[in-house]
Design a protein around this ligand. Structure first.
Ligand SMILES: [Fe+2]
Length: 185
């Protein structure tokens, strides 16, 4: 069940995080964290995704904004597990419909690399680099376990938008527009 104890607190907390860290570059991509999140959310909205999945997509990388040393850690080849950090943080306001796709969005890349031959070839150089840090494609056992997880299909949708939402020229609606979906969950 999705619960929303305090929409105002959520809105203010997340807006402040984006104001403070949203201008950081998104990994090795030519795009900021905020632009990346907005583009992914726009793609989800364009496909008619439900409010919970739009919020999940908008905030799938919020773990990066919570960790000041993220950029340096990634450059050193360390995995800071931003997916766990982000899903735990959002769990103070939301249920699994929002948090599970975030928790699984890194595993989704490993799943898609193992199950869709054309997917790996489509990844950006920065994404290939992080895939290595994250342990590479799944094996057969990992694939079977992943497909048992509730919500894994939503996580795959977030992952696909995540990979597309890196266009420096894409126009999107505002952060406030997408954050308002939290009140509709
Ligand atoms: Fe992302």
């Amino acid at each position: 069940m999705i619960f929303m104890e305090n929409f105002e607190q959520f809105n203010k907390t997340v807006s402040t995080l984006f104001a403070d860290h949203g201008g950081d570059l998104y990994g090795g991509e030519a795009i900021t964290q905020e632009r990346h999140g907005l583009q992914c959310a726009q793609l989800a909205e364009n496909e008619g995704a439900p409010p919970s999945l739009i919020i999940s997509t908008l905030l799938h990388d919020i773990g990066h904004l919570l960790h000041d040393e993220f950029e340096q850690a990634q450059a050193r080849g360390e995995d800071r597990f931003h997916e766990n950090l982000g899903s735990k943080f959002l769990g103070q306001w939301f249920g699994p419909e929002v948090t599970e796709p975030i928790k699984l969005h890194v595993a989704s890349k490993k799943y898609l690399c193992a199950t869709r031959p054309d997917y790996h070839a489509s990844l950006s150089p920065a994404s290939v680099h992080t895939l290595r840090i994250q342990g590479g494609p799944m094996n057969e056992t990992e694939i079977a376990e992943f497909e048992k997880l509730p919500g894994y299909e939503d996580a795959l949708r977030v992952r696909i938008w995540d990979d597309i939402g890196k266009d420096p020229d894409m126009k999107t609606k505002s952060l406030d527009h997408f954050l308002a979906y939290a009140d509709k969950i």
